[in-house]
Ligand binder design. Sequence first.
Ligand SMILES: Nc1ncnc2c1ncn2[C@@H]1O[C@H](COP(=O)(O)OP(=O)(O)O)[C@@H](O)[C@H]1O
Ligand SMILES: [Mg+2]
Length: 320
Amino acid sequence: MEEECQEIINVTDLTKTFQSQTVVKGITFSLYPGDVFGLIGPNGAGKTTTLRILATVLKKDSGDVKIDNVPLTYTAPYDNLRKIRQLVGFMPDFLGLYDDLLVKEYLDFFARAFFIDESLRPFVIDEALETAGITELKEKEIEKLSRGMKQRLLLARVLIHNPKILLLDEPAAGLDPRARVELRDIIKDLRKKGKTIIISSHILEDIEDFCNRIGIIAKGCLIKFQDKEMLTKETINYVLYRISLLDKKEEARTFLSSQKQVKNLIWDNEDLSFEFHGSDNEASQLLKDLINQDFNIVSYSKGKPNLENVYMKYTYIKSA
Ligand SMILES: Nc1ncnc2c1ncn2[C@@H]1O[C@H](COP(=O)(O)OP(=O)(O)O)[C@@H](O)[C@H]1O
Ligand SMILES: [Mg+2]
């Protein structure tokens, strides 16, 4: 369905240099309405710089950017910049909140900044609070909020002008596990509402959970940009297996490690886990062999390689 729609974001050959260091090197990608694009990569790879350019808070050096058919240009009278700012909501990776305000005052301030009519502002604020799941915090002082709640307030702020596109820079950074799970649900909800989202994150589990497109960025280059399912399929040519045994675990490990299709055999709690580089027939034969050897197998299960396996294959971290 999405392939029939018109692209909502086009980025072609985007480049940015600070002093003499080129930190975004010819990035090209495009997204369709409703896409959730996860941008992953090591620190300093150029994620924030890319998002800031799309959010129009930083100027690009070269390349073309089109957002909902509006070209990103910086020429007076800046109509295009104004249009793009209406289209995007940018959540930066730091909390630039005014601590002495109440939550509702803070949101009202941003609603005014977006020229939202006074009569509409209460509705807009309530809706943003509801989507961010913090309706009950409306009368609270910002300085009394936890980090997770502040993060949600930032998200509410980004939603205030009802942008079609959300640019979220490491929204889960510094959140505890519960706050992270809750943020995940909010992002899924925003996806259901039809928002197009670009999200940078170090947390691969999150990205894998709610993104349909993945980009891997390293040293300013988008080394991979693909549909999530395709990326895993193309990159990983093995199946993960996990065996749970009743006893004779060490013997089973020795037996498995002698099999040519078995690689990276490890203990995963009390179970054995490994990559199986072979066909389903061969995997089935391996199970028969194990049974014939009198191993008492509780379970023999096939798992899907995940984004972490893909990421490790494409990036390697050189120690400084
Ligand atoms: N305003 C700036 N001036 C100079 N260098 C910068 C500036 N902003 C970012 N950089 C550099 O650009 C590179 C990419 O940074 P960034 O986009 O923040 O990466 P990421 O978000 O992937 O960690 C880093 O080497 C960083 O030091
Ligand atoms: Mg960053």
